[in-house]
Design a binder for this molecule. Structure first.
Ligand SMILES: [Zn+2]
Ligand SMILES: [Zn+2]
Length: 378
């Protein structure tokens, strides 16, 4: 076994490559050799100091690797289907271990809830404090130690690491599925044949478009920039695009959506931007009695002006979404596997960066040079 584990450590506004001791496992634990770990929008917010994080941390919650070493009960219990895990198995895991004791764990169930008040979250664990020894709990690392209670999935043989690492991004668009109702023919909720507007042409926007298409959307319109991202979105089934570099004002964009929808507006609008003003725009783009889904606001913007009358006047339903429950990983692993031939998922991974250069991946994300970036051990 190696003596040391190299990892990318994040401080507010900077990264540092550090070396940790290769840990001794306790019963119930498992050590993963990392293959690849995604760079999420939340990692950038964290780097910029816009998310409350107990720095320093080894980031990385979108993780794919292989079992390097395991203990008997980890082999027996960690895989969600009860499959035995052994050395060399390719796996991914849900980033939260639920506490089991808070209101949400007790009443919504540890299996269902993403709302646990005291989760242990891979990629957000302080890597200096004694209570978190041996500290290698983020995927931007050569190895990660998995604690008991981690929910692990075996990756299907036919699925590459590059597709598997997108699972978390896909799962983070679950609110579109939440907007489905039992009777879409009555035009309540999102249903087959509907028109969907996606604001934002990043990885979340693309996955939202894929989900909308898979759930039966007739037309998906994407608003975003730069042009290469919109072009890529078309490869994922987006039917029409609106560039914010051409349609520069909210009024122009709203008018264009109205034009594309015979003056009615979209059945569902999903904000996947991370830009505060997008929400007000979404409300104007939805048809009366339509749905607005907020996925993109992944950091606290502070107060922004909004006129609640617009929700009443337009009779809208708004769905907010905090991350995803663990079972979304089960659903969406199948979704990815079953649609690998239809959508060119691997092309989304435009940047693979070794952990020593993790900061470059964050810069590429910030400058919109990357679609999805990911960190590899070397
Ligand atoms: Zn993420
Ligand atoms: Zn809890």
């Amino acid at each position: 076994m190696p003596k040391k584990v190299k990892a990318a450590v994040m401080y507010p506004g900077r990264m540092e490559t550090r070396s940790f001791d290769y840990p001794e496992m306790k019963e119930g634990e498992m050590i993963v050799k990392m293959h690849i770990s995604g760079v999420c929008g939340s990692d950038k917010h964290q780097f910029d100091g816009h998310l409350q994080v107990d720095f320093p941390v080894i980031p990385g919650h979108e993780n794919v690797g292989e079992v390097r070493e395991t203990t008997p009960s980890a082999s027996e219990k960690m895989e969600v289907h009860g499959e035995r895990l052994q050395e060399g198995d390719r796996i991914l895991w849900y980033p939260d271990i639920s506490c089991g004791a808070c209101y949400y764990c007790r009443f919504l169930g540890t299996w269902h809830s993403a709302q646990c008040e005291h989760p242990f979250t891979y990629g957000y664990v302080n890597c200096e404090r004694e209570e978190f020894r041996p500290w290698i709990f983020g995927g931007w690392s050569e190895h990660v130690l998995l604690r008991p209670g981690t929910r692990v999935w075996k990756i299907p043989d036919e699925m590459s690491d590059e597709v598997a690492v997108l699972l978390d991004t896909m799962a983070s668009t679950r609110a579109i599925a939440r907007a489905q109702m039992t009777y879409p023919n009555e035009k309540e909720g999102f249903g087959y044949g509907d028109t969907v507007v996606i604001q934002g042409a990043g990885p979340v926007g693309i996955m939202a478009a894929v989900r909308a298409k898979v759930l039966g959307a007739d037309k998906v319109i994407m608003i975003g920039a730069p042009d290469w991202r919109l072009k890529m979105a078309e490869e994922f089934g987006v039917d029409q695009t609106i560039s914010i570099e051409t349609f520069r004002s909210p009024e122009d964009r709203i008018a264009e959506i109205k034009k594309m929808t015979k003056g009615i507006g979209a059945d569902l609008v999903a904000d996947c931007t991370g830009i505060p003003s997008a929400f007000s725009e979404a409300v104007e783009m939805a048809r009366k009695s339509g749905y607005v889904v907020e996925i993109g606001a992944y950091t606290d913007y502070g107060p922004i002006p909004f006129n609640p009358w617009r929700l009443v006047d337009r009779d809208l339903t708004v769905i907010g979404q905090f991350y995803c429950p663990p079972m979304q990983y089960e659903t969406d692993l199948k979704l990815l596997r079953n649609t690998m031939d239809r959508f060119p998922y691997e092309t989304m991974l435009t940047h693979k960066v070794p952990l020593a250069k993790a900061e470059e991946a964050i810069s590429a994300h910030r400058a919109l040079r990357s679609m999805k970036a990911a960190i590899t051990p070397r």
